[in-house]
Design a protein around this ligand. Structure first.
Ligand code: TRP
Length: 450
């Protein structure tokens, strides 16, 4: 199989392949499913602006740090952080940075796959003609057993790709699917703007209105930025470790974060014209794409095909993300055990499936807990740790050396952010999250962030 010979770490075949795989990781359900409903829940345009700020000030610097750490050490996230700390004369316990990130990425995979399975089922319903039948959007998605079957199916596809390795699996899928994704995205967006309520959607997304902003808007925007750019979860360290020394980390990171943000905005332009055309509440929440959109497709000419294509698009976005989520853990296990890559991928995929299945079965206990643990706790904590690691633990000269292609200005911006901006901001958010979880949000409410 594509397992790497001992002592020889795999590498991307080109910078282009790396960029496509990293953009594939970043662009996912976070852009198509989470970004629209977060925007709707948080008042539209103001959230969009704050979100863009969070990407630039928090997610982008952490992304640069992760790629630099991985590229420097050429190992999985846990080993990379350990190796780099030791090189800097610091404690090997700093590998905790890698551990937290790896655990976070793995846990996200468990529930990500459940939702991606639902996306796949809805795509099938659409192409089958389900949207025009009464209550037919979930034609193939009724009952827990069906949910688990789609969840399993999606996980199996993920495992099959990761098992094939970097070049034969991840890279091939990304270079084939990402261009297809962009073509479909542009096509569906033009269609939506042409048939839907385009001007209303544009006003909703881009006319600044700060009356709806609260502290909660910032919390949501930061969480969304980390989730969407795929940072703080071992993936970008791992993908960075497959890079060769001549790649420009600064410009690559800017490209990845910009492409991800652009896709989120375009996804907004694709979804909201349809939402406004039929007068759905944009704050319909988590179900926006699963309940609101199929109802709209039902009344549209060729709605089944358009709807099927929309969910197929979301599936493509999801699969290029889930392979990165699994890869973060597989790279570590492959490195530290006798398991071959395929065995590691199947084993970890199976565990992730079981945890996700538990979340489906006990949706009001386990599911919410897994979601909280990964999204609201491990992700911010991982981001905080990466920033502290890159800003305070590793000497500035070592980071500079790894980012030698970056201009002085860009590097200064990067280092200032990971040292002084990201840690306090995320520390505060993490605190608010814990307060909300275990203290009923009492302190948050006191600060007017309820
Ligand atoms: N960024 C992906 C999305 O937007 C999901 C994802 C991939 C992710 N890797 C991640 C989220 C790591 C958090 C952490 O859907």
């Amino acid at each position: 199989m594509a397992a790497t010979p001992a002592g020889q770490h795999a590498h991307w075949s080109s910078r282009f392949a790396f960029i496509l795989a990293a953009v594939g990781s970043a662009v996912g359900l976070g852009n198509l499913w989470r970004f629209p409903f977060q925007t709707g829940d948080n008042g539209g345009s103001a959230f969009v602006l704050i979100y863009i700020g969070c990407v630039a000030l928090f997610a982008l610097p952490v992304l640069m740090a992760e790629i630099a750490i991985g590229r420097h050490a050429q190992q999985s996230a846990i080993s990379s952080t350990r190796k780099m700390a030791q090189e800097a004369g610091r404690s090997a316990n700093w590998a905790i940075v890698g551990w937290v990130c790896t655990a976070g990425g793995f846990l996200i995979l468990t529930t990500y796959s459940v939702i991606a399975g639902q996306v796949l089922a809805y795509s099938a319903s659409g192409f089958y003609g389900g949207f025009s039948q009464p209550d037919g959007a979930n034609l193939f998605y009724r009952g827990e057993f069906t949910q688990l079957a789609w969840h399993a199916g999606f996980m199996i596809i993920t495992v099959l790709i990761v098992a094939r390795g970097l070049k034969g699996g991840i890279e091939q899928v990304a270079t084939f699917l990402m261009p297809l994704f962009f073509v479909m995205l542009i096509g569906l967006t033009i269609y939506s703007l042409a048939t839907g309520a385009a001007s209303e959607a544009i006003a909703y997304l881009f006319t600044p209105d700060f009356s709806a902003v609260t502290g909660q808007t910032f919390v949501a925007a930061l969480g969304q930025a980390f989730f969407s750019v795929s940072v703080a979860s071992a993936i970008m360290i791992t993908y960075g470790s497959y890079l060769s020394k001549d790649t420009n980390i600064g410009s690559s990171s800017i490209l990845i974060a910009s492409a991800d943000t652009l896709v989120a905005l375009i996804a907004g332009l694709m979804i909201f014209p349809i939402v406004f055309m039929v007068g759905i509440d944009p704050a319909a929440g988590l179900g926006l794409i699963f309940t609101a959109l199929p109802a709209v497709f039902a009344d549209m000419p060729a709605g089944n095909i358009i709807g099927g294509a929309f969910f197929a698009l979301a599936f493509i976005a999801a699969i290029t993300s889930s392979i990165s989520l699994l890869e973060g853990t597989v790279a570590f296990v492959e490195e530290h055990s006798d398991f071959s890559r395929p065995t590691a991928a199947w084993l970890l995929g199976f565990f992730a499936f079981m945890i996700g299945a538990g979340a489906v079965w006990s949706s009001d206990f386990g599911g919410l807990f897994v979601d909280w643990l990964s999204g609201s706790f491990l992700l911010p904590l991982g981001g905080l740790l990466v920033a502290v690691f890159a800003g305070w633990v590793i000497p500035k000269s070592l980071m500079r050396e790894e980012m030698s292609h970056a201009s002085n200005g860009l590097f200064a911006f990067f280092h200032f952010c990971v040292k002084f901006v990201v840690p306090p901001a995320i520390g505060f958010i993490l605190f608010l999250g814990l307060d909300a979880k275990f203290n009923g949000g009492a302190i948050g409410a006191m600060l007017g962030l309820g």
